[in-house]
Structures are given as structure tokens and as C-alpha cells.
Design a protein around this ligand. Structure first.
Ligand SMILES: *[C@@H]1O[C@H](CO)[C@@H](O)[C@H](O)[C@H]1NC(C)=O
Ligand SMILES: *[C@@H]1O[C@H](CO)[C@@H](O)[C@H](O)[C@H]1NC(C)=O
Ligand SMILES: *[C@@H]1O[C@H](CO)[C@@H](O)[C@H](O)[C@H]1NC(C)=O
Length: 169
């Protein structure tokens, strides 16, 4: 009897929550420089005696990429992609991504998204999970795709489109 009354109290709350789930889809562009004055991905640790590169198992990078609204470098800033990448496949093909999108644009200023998972570095489209978020994106879940849309081999500047699809409250 006691258990039943507890159940009855919780059911209406559960239904109410389901009405407030929002779906958000967005596209944004990571401006990545692999070298130069503004180096946003730096290897900070790796296996001693091996070169610390994207394809060497055990290499850990810390990153802080500018994220823009459009593909052009001087397009409006949306935020920063801050976190770590770890080359986590023995053959160097996969990288483990732990990156937050830290928004600074008007729409989402102060909110963030947490991206986590394996990125198959050499696939044309890489997909990782969005495991949560803060502020406007509390309790978010979804996924993000990454695809390189521009690469300049002289400046090592690449532009990576990130499409995010999310459910959140
Ligand atoms: C974002 O928030 C920070 C700190 O609260 C503020 O200084 C900045 O002007 C805000 N930016 C925008 C685009 O609203
Ligand atoms: C979610 O949708 C509700 C209306 O259904 C709206 O009031 C609320 O601001 C939305 N939340 C976000 C973060 O967009
Ligand atoms: C990302 O979104 C753009 C449209 O904004 C679309 O053209 C593109 O195909 C999408 N990429 C993926 C991998 O879904």
C-alpha cells in the first residue's frame, strides 16, 4: 500500500518532464592550426622515446580552438573548443576526445556542451557523443559529427565543421 502511493506521486512528475524536452541542431566550425604562432593543440605527454604525434598511441594533447559561426576564420565567434585528445588506439587510428564547447555567443553565452568518445581520425566524418551540458544545455544528450571542410598545407590551418544534434530541457 505504501509503495503504491509513492508510485502514484511520481508518475505525474515523469509525464510533466517529458513535455519540456527540446531538440536543438546546430552547425559550427572549429578553426584549427597545427602549427604557427597560435597553436591550439599541444602534445603535453606521451610515451618516452617516441615522437608525440596524433598517430602515436599514448600521446595526450590539450586543445583550445576558436569556434566560429561560418567556415571563414573571421566569421563571428561562437565559443571555444577546450579539452583533451588522447591517441588511444595502438595503431594510431583512433583518438579519444574529451572536449567542451564553451559558448560565448549571444544565444548561448555561459552555457557549455561536453563531448566525449572515440574519434576515428582518418574517417571523413567522425562522430562522438554529447554526454551532457550546462546552463541552457543541462541534461543534454546527443551526438556531434566532425568533418574537415578546408585544409591549407602551408599554414596547417584546417576548418572542421561540427554538427550537433541534441535533446535537452
Ligand atoms: C558573455 O558573458 C560575459 C560574462 O558574463 C560577458 O562579459 C560578455 O559580454 C557576454 N557576451 C555576450 C556576447 O553576451
Ligand atoms: C525549451 O522549450 C521551452 C518551450 O517548450 C522554452 O520555454 C525553453 O526556453 C526552451 N529551452 C531552451 C534551452 O531552449
Ligand atoms: C552538417 O550540416 C550541414 C548543413 O548545415 C550539411 O550540409 C552536412 O552534410 C552535415 N554533415 C553531416 C556529417 O551530417
Amino acid at each position: 500500500m505504501k509503495l503504491l502511493s509513492v508510485l502514484v506521486m511520481f508518475i505525474p512528475l515523469t509525464f510533466a518532464d517529458h513535455h519540456n524536452i527540446n531538440e536543438t541542431k546546430m552547425s559550427m566550425y572549429f578553426q584549427d592550426f597545427a602549427a604557427g604562432l597560435n597553436i591550439p593543440a599541444i602534445p603535453i605527454a606521451g610515451i618516452p622515446g617516441h615522437l608525440w604525434t596524433f598517430t602515436q598511441f599514448g600521446t595526450i594533447y590539450v586543445t583550445d580552438d576558436l569556434i566560429t559561426e561560418g567556415p571563414e576564420l573571421y566569421s563571428a565567434p561562437v565559443g571555444r573548443g577546450q579539452g583533451m585528445y588522447i591517441t588511444s588506439a595502438l595503431d594510431g587510428g583512433n583518438s579519444h576526445v574529451m572536449v567542451s564547447v564553451v559558448f560565448t555567443n549571444t544565444a548561448y553565452n555561459g552555457s557549455s556542451l561536453q563531448m566525449l568518445g572515440i574519434s576515428k581520425q582518418f574517417d571523413s566524418v567522425r562522430e562522438v557523443s554529447v554526454v551532457s551540458g550546462t546552463d541552457k544545455f543541462r541534461l543534454a544528450r546527443g551526438y556531434a559529427t566532425f568533418e574537415t571542410v578546408f585544409y591549407d598545407s602551408t599554414t596547417l590551418h584546417s576548418v572542421i565543421r561540427c554538427n550537433v544534434s541534441l535533446f535537452h530541457y
